[in-house]
Design a protein around this ligand. Structure first.
Ligand SMILES: O=C(O)CCC(=O)C(=O)O
Ligand SMILES: [Fe+2]
Length: 288
């Protein structure tokens, strides 16, 4: 399928010259993002998308909204919904919160769409690598979870959780009028420390470590979601829906999500998930 858009149709290279890494404007944007990421694992690139790109991607999302998989469930931060007797009751593994939001899956898009052009753009991926100060940034190879739109219809929320993939990039497309806020606790766990006690406090509504992000339509958020607990607060029934494009990246190439989590998020698995389960490619040993 031919591409109908180029990255510079979607990102104004006069403002963010992703193609000119030696330019002063690029360097300013880069150092600002790096500072934010070093500080708390989260950076916002304001108005990265042209207003026309926001409109186009909004239409692409709305046109595929009927393919959203909504799966209301009570889940722990690791996306499990059943009690685990190996852990006590007042423990993150056995603390369950409502998740009612849904995803438009990766196989709803095609390469002619603006959302797909942006996700797979070498210029954007290179900028993200630069921001994260690593060479290891690969588009998440999962055919359903790599490129998604997160949908919160009125009344819905996305519970506290950790991501499977190391980095996520969110392009805010349609904001809620109220609620639908992204909240996070920066770097609450590390590959060697699950931090169950601090996590339990957050799940019990201790707000002392919680940050709320200002994210508006056209902004891009770069986020280390594997180590920072995060959620999207409820969109009230009086609000319009919240739609965000989610670009998932991994530190290793070829990573595919687990069968159980895929079934829960998307209601189905593809042969690629079954195969990957046999030969798991993972970059850490965190519980999930
Ligand atoms: O919609 C968002 O802002 C973030 C969603 C999220 O945390 C996720 O998709 O894992
Ligand atoms: Fe997440």
């Amino acid at each position: 399928m031919t591409r109908s858009y180029r990255v510079d149709d979607l990102v104004d290279f006069n403002v963010y010259p992703l193609d000119q890494t030696a330019s002063p404007k690029y360097k300013v944007a880069l150092s600002h993002a790096r500072e934010q990421l070093q500080h708390d694992g989260c950076a916002v690139i304001k108005n990265l998308l042209r207003p026309t790109a926001v409109k186009i991607i909004s239409q692409e999302i709305i046109a595929r909204k009927q393919t959203t998989h909504f799966s209301t469930s009570s889940m722990n931060p690791y996306f499990h919904s059943t009690n685990n007797p190996a852990y006590p009751n007042h423990h993150p593994v056995n603390t369950f919160t409502e998740r009612s939001s849904g995803f438009i899956p990766g196989d709803s898009w095609n390469s002619s769409l603006a959302i797909d052009v942006l996700f797979r753009s070498e210029a954007l991926t290179a900028f993200i690598r630069d921001c994260l100060e690593t060479q290891s940034v690969y588009c998440y190879a999962d055919p359903l979870a790599g490129l998604t739109a997160n949908i919160l219809d009125p009344g819905q929320q996305f519970a506290w959780h950790f991501d499977t993939n190391e980095f996520a990039v969110t392009a805010m497309i349609d904001e809620a009028d109220e609620g639908g806020l992204f909240e996070y606790v920066p770097m609450i766990r590390t590959p060697d420390d699950e931090s169950f006690e601090r996590i339990q406090k957050v799940l019990e509504d201790d707000r002392s470590e919680v940050k709320t992000l200002e994210l508006h339509a056209g902004d891009l958020q770069i986020f280390r979601g594997r180590h920072s607990l995060h959620r999207v607060t409820r969109v009230p029934t009086s609000s319009k829906p919240r739609h965000a494009a989610i670009f998932a990246y991994t530190a290793e190439p070829g990573v595919i999500g687990r069968v159980e989590r895929t079934r829960q998020l998307f209601g189905r698995v593809l042969p690629a998930h079954e195969e990957a389960e046999q030969r798991r490619v993972r970059s850490d040993a965190l519980i999930d």
